[in-house]
Design a protein around this ligand. Structure first.
Ligand code: FMN
Length: 170
């Protein structure tokens, strides 16, 4: 009953390169370490993305916004690089990895696979973050602007964004 941990933020995982570039939606993404900056993502071996991460040893975690919801849905419901033809995104070169980044995404986190381990029906890919790009209008060292419409997934086709900021008294 993984749904007990929902809502979860939704991300995009970019893998492969050139004509073999692929994008899938992923909820099961987490930060693992601050220094060095490391992230992890659980990817089912059934995903085309799984094959590409294994093949190239690199992936990019992109942070989609509400404007990209249609693309997120395509990324999360179709399999293989041909889906990119249906999507409305612009691929741009990443800084350190050969897997491209997504121009429209609020951030792109460039990862090299540091470890891959199977847990149950998913493989947990650990990525060492080698570089990143982001919109300064959304992310600053101390905070995040939620106005951009960061996506969280509730169930099948049901998504929410963060609306209300609750100020913690200090
Ligand atoms: N699949 C995973 O393996 N891990 C995930 O964390 C994950 N999260 C998803 C979140 C959303 C919102 C959606 C719609 C789907 C998610 N999926 C996840 C399923 C894949 O995105 C989906 O199977 C996709 O079609 C795989 O694409 P690919 O075969 O081109 O790699």
């Amino acid at each position: 009953m993984y749904r007990l941990l929902y809502p979860m933020r939704t991300y995009l995982v970019v893998s492969g390169k050139d004509e073999e570039t692929n994008i899938m939606a992923a909820d099961w993404v987490t930060v693992l370490s601050h220094r060095p900056f490391m992230v992890g993502v659980a990817v089912s071996p059934k995903r085309y993305t799984h094959r590409l991460i294994k093949k190239y040893g690199e992936f990019v975690i992109s942070v989609p916004t509400l404007k990209m919801l249609d693309d997120v849905w395509i990324a999360g419901t179709r399999s293989g690089p041909s889906k990119l033809g249906e999507m409305n995104i612009t691929l741009v070169p990443s800084k350190k990895v050969s897997v491209p980044s997504i121009k429209e995404a609020a951030a792109n986190i460039e990862c090299r696979v540091a470890d891959a381990r199977d847990y149950g029906d998913h493989t947990f890919f650990v990525g060492e973050v080698v570089d990143y790009t982001y919109y300064e209008s959304v992310f600053s060292p101390r905070s995040v602007s939620i106005k951009v419409g960061l996506l969280a997934h509730v169930s099948w086709a049901d998504f929410v964004t963060f609306e209300k900021r609750i100020y913690k008294p200090t």
